[in-house]
Write a protein that binds this ligand. Structure first.
Ligand code: SF4
Ligand code: MSK
Length: 621
């Protein structure tokens, strides 16, 4: 696996980048080698100015920081801060969506409407908000207020915890990790990890899980559910993926980041006749809006918008020379884009007050003027079309059809109105279990190799795979998200997919939409009358890189689901802490982490785990 990517389109663009003297993340990764051993092991600390301190991992140097903090304390504190950052990112995204719903219901936004009134009313009932005989705007305002309070709530625990099985909720209570207000848990991480506060790695870990749970069952779940209310609950939809979706004759706009609030408007505005006429005037045939990373996932789930690629393809999209504008919001946007764009004509446009980039154009976005802002941005792209350096344009041919849009509601609909057919298939052994494969790309692993190998191994063994984020885009690019991919599945899974007309790999959305996976797992556990830790289910992040992934992994394990990481987390310097994450957690949470960089071996671990859980449920075979 000496190649940088297993994706042909990316390899072509990497070759082009090299010819044109462009550095990419892979080059910069190589420049970093060898990476700092203390950092890799998680045993350097900068939490106070007596430091920085580092622990000598081989015992022939300091075994404690200046304050006496041990390797386990330092590694645990560092991981907790990663969880806090990840949970904050997801939850701040969630809060923005909740705020947009509130402002929309108050008539203060431009271009938004409540698209799924049914879901709005169902959520209102769930939160105990009267909805009968009331306008959807009144209900939405009350619901959004209630949600806003959950971020900083002073009493009680998060409402969405009620969706979890009784046994899981009791466990959280018993262990003392039922999450309270989302902001509170994140603040408490920062307090506990301050010099001289929580120095017990076990106690720290428990709070880390609690904080992560406030993301999965709080911030992320709000982001997903309220996005559905505002933009519509996804239904199966077809589209195309990979860099080949860029069009030679069109104005190409790539929307990149995570939040759908602006990109949804850009998709809408790019279809306006005035915009299309302006594009024609500049010599283009049309306007082609494509997605990248999770903004792309949000758009493809609801509109079937083409997706140009996943995380490690962001620079490569610019290298095609065919992108008039890359519009970014928040998260996973490489600052290196500004250097790459200098060699082409691409306009990079930041839009969030939270995410500015030196030398990038900034068009401030506000929900109150969303349509106007979207029009301004689309016009900037249109005006940039004549600036294309034609000799630098090379769009790879590679593109592939996908089927996405598998919200929980869409899965239940595809199953004929209830989860029963899925439960029946699991009990009979046609489907052995369910694996969630999620997360990023990371130049430490050949791009997409981890996602594709693990997914293929699992479906071949009759494990239904559900995906989000960049993992899902990797599979979209290879046709694994098509019903025809059932041919690559084992006989049982293949038969189920063919009978229902679904792919063996279900795209459930963006990173925050892992909350959809939690809801599905909880519903299955509830239907079987068991805890989530009893399910023949597993999580995996074969190519993860972001702090959000640390939070995700922690809430998945905290929800009782065994999780395999494909890149090594910075914890190994804390030996007892690592032992806790990979073994001890099993006794407390009913699930633990495994680290396995070889996706074939990771699949074997998951298959063994699923077999053991099937045995536990008495559904062997
Ligand atoms: Fe060193 Fe302790 Fe300060 Fe960390 S908190 S930098 S280990 S003295
Ligand atoms: S975009 S968090 S690289 S999955 Fe959600 Fe992809 Fe990971 Fe960002």
């Amino acid at each position: 696996m000496g190649e940088r990517s297993v994706d042909q389109a990316s390899l072509k663009m990497l070759k082009k980048a090299k010819q044109e003297g462009i550095e990419t993340a892979w080059d910069r990764y190589e420049q970093q080698l060898p990476q700092c051993g203390f950092g890799l092991l998680g045993i350097c600390c900068r939490n106070c100015n007596m430091g920085p301190c580092r622990i000598e991992p081989f015992g022939d140097g300091p075994t404690e920081g200046i304050c006496g903090a041990t390797a386990d304390t330092i590694a645990a504190r560092n991981l907790l801060r990663m969880i806090a950052a990840g949970a904050a990112a997801h939850s701040d995204h969630g809060r923005d969506i909740v705020t947009t719903l509130y402002e929309t219901a108050s008539g203060e936004t431009q271009g938004y409407e409540i698209k799924d009134e049914g879901k709005l009313r169902a959520l209102a009932v769930e939160f105990g908000i009267p909805e009968e005989g009331r306008s959807k705007e009144d209900v939405a305002r009350d619901l959004a207020r209630e949600a806003m309070e959950e971020f900083g709530m002073v009493k009680g625990t998060l409402h969405f915890l009620n969706r979890a099985p009784e046994k899981r909720r009791q466990l959280w209570e018993r262990v003392g990790i039922s999450p309270r207000g989302i902001d509170r848990e994140i603040v408490e991480v920062m307090h506990r990890t301050h010099m001289g506060v929580d120095n017990d790695y076990v106690n720290l870990t428990l709070h880390g899980v609690r904080t992560a749970l406030s993301d999965g069952w709080g911030g992320s779940m709000f982001a997903t559910e309220f996005s559905d209310v505002l933009f519509g609950t996804p239904e199966p939809v077809k589209g195309e993926s990979n860099l080949g979706v860029l069009k030679e004759d069109d104005v190409n706009i790539v929307v990149h980041g995570h939040e759908p609030v602006l990109s949804d408007m850009i998709v809408q505005v790019a279809k306006e006749e005035g915009m299309l006429a302006a594009a024609r005037e500049k010599g283009a045939s049309s306007i082609n809006v494509c997605g990248m990373c999770c903004t792309g996932n949000e758009m493809l789930m609801r509109h079937g918008v083409p997706v140009a690629g996943n995380f490690l393809q962001q620079e490569l999209a610019v290298v095609t020379g065919a992108v008039e504008a890359m519009v970014v919001d928040v998260q996973c946007i490489m600052p290196a884009l500004t250097q790459v764009a200098k060699c082409y004509h691409t306009k990079l446009i930041s839009t969030s007050p939270k995410a500015r980039f030196p030398e990038m154009d900034h068009v401030p976005f506000s929900e109150r003027t969303a349509l106007d802002t979207a029009r301004k941005i689309v016009m900037m792209a249109v005006d940039n079309f004549p600036n294309r350096k034609k000799d630098l344009v090379q769009i790879p041919d590679e593109k592939m059809e996908y089927m996405a849009g598998f919200s929980v509601e869409a899965i239940i609909k595809a199953l004929g109105g209830s989860l029963d057919p899925l439960l029946g298939a699991i009990k009979s052994g046609q489907i052995k279990g369910i694996a969630a494969i999620v997360g990023c790309n990371n130049p430490k692993i050949p791009h997409d190799y981890g996602h594709l190998t693990l997914t293929r191994e699992l479906i071949k063994n009759d494990v239904l795979v559900v995906q989000t984020g960049c993992a899902a885009i990797a599979c979209a690019k290879t046709g694994l998200l098509l019903p025809e991919a059932a041919e690559q599945a084992g006989p049982g899974l293949s038969a189920v997919c063919k009978a229902i007309g679904i792919p063996p790999v279900l795209h459930m959305g963006s990173c925050v939409d892992i909350s959809r996976i939690l809801v599905t797992a909880a519903a299955i556990a509830n239907a079987l009358g068991v805890d989530m830790s009893d399910l023949p289910a597993a999580g995996a992040a074969p190519e993860w890189m972001s702090e959000k992934a640390v939070s995700i992994g922690s809430y998945v394990v905290g929800s009782g689901i065994f999780t395999v990481l494909g890149t090594v987390p910075p914890v190994l310097g804390g030996k007892k802490f690592t032992e806790l994450l990979t073994k001890g957690a099993q006794d407390v949470l009913g699930a633990a982490f495994a680290v396995e960089t070889d996706p074939v071996k990771a699949a074997a671990l998951i298959l063994d785990h699923i077999a053991a859980k099937r045995k536990g449920l008495g559904v062997e075979g």
